[in-house]
Design a protein around this ligand. Sequence first.
Ligand code: KG4
Ligand code: ZN
Length: 336
Amino acid sequence: MRVLGIESSCDETAVAVYDETDGLLSHRLYSQVAMHRAYGGVVPELASRDHVRRLLPLVREALAAAQSPRESIDGVAYTAGPGLIGALLVGAGFATALGLAWAKPAIGIHHLEGHLLAPLLEPKPPDFPFLALLVSGGHTQLVDVAALGDYRILGETLDDAAGEAFDKTAKLLGLPYPGGAALATLAEGGRSGQFTFPRPMLDRPGLDFSFSGLKTAALVALRGRDLQGQVRADVARGFEEAVVETLAEKCRRALVQTGHRRLVIAGGVGANRRLRERLAAVVLDLNAEVYFPRTEFCTDNGAMIALAGCMRLAAGMLHGLGMGARANWELGAIGV
Ligand code: KG4
Ligand code: ZN
């Protein structure tokens, strides 16, 4: 079983070929970040148009690199949502057309399902069931993963996503969009304890998050200060510590509450080094294990969509033709 995967939900055009037996055969990605940077964020119409330009050459490249002629492909998986509707429609239209032309199924994949399965691309993949922390630019969720397609949301952010909080605070610090990774780099040179930010929602029971207050706290901390000096790095450090500490403590509580022994981290913020270190300590304490995708598969990529498509196709779990694209789509409601 071999699947071509296509990701186009936001500002990355990404394509991959995944084989049930041989694993990941190839993956290609084109990032639009440079194009959107001038506007300080993603411009949806520009994103859609660029996906149109990039998709076909990337598919050709990925198929060639995988030495996979079209006859070897059993299905075409694409991100069906959630995401920017125009961007999603480019991938959905392309995959559906390819599926019809090749007489192979087009498989609509939930973007977050792709993210939470991404650690299964690694040499030592986790078995089901597991607890997943999804931390991306648009989502922050703790998910009880019983099996493929069986997802229960245990907690989520009430306002900003963790990645969004990183990006907004990075902007306050004068870093270019998207600033999450750059803020983390800046924080390396910052001193711990110079600024102590609130740890939102830790004083309450439950597994929900709230990150919107942190950027305000950063704004207050920076008010009237020189943005060039050590202070900037110290604020970055304080902010990062607050987010990491909050995420780690909620993961600890969720592991205790569910009794899961496996924790999966997925989504762009999963690339954060301090978060990885902190979670490694949490699971050690609980005699559990943590699984991360390699850094390049934390952020959006085609490999996770090809993998999810292959798993669904192998299990006969397709959402059906006419799946199309959905800007909003709850992970807990996707079904099998
Ligand atoms: O999963 P992703 O690629 O896109 C969405 O589906 O949203 O996540 C992107 C997010 C951005 O907010 C970015 O700033 C953040 O992940 N990010 C990081 C790091 N690398 C990427 N945040 C903190 N530390 C990092 N090293
Ligand atoms: Zn994503």
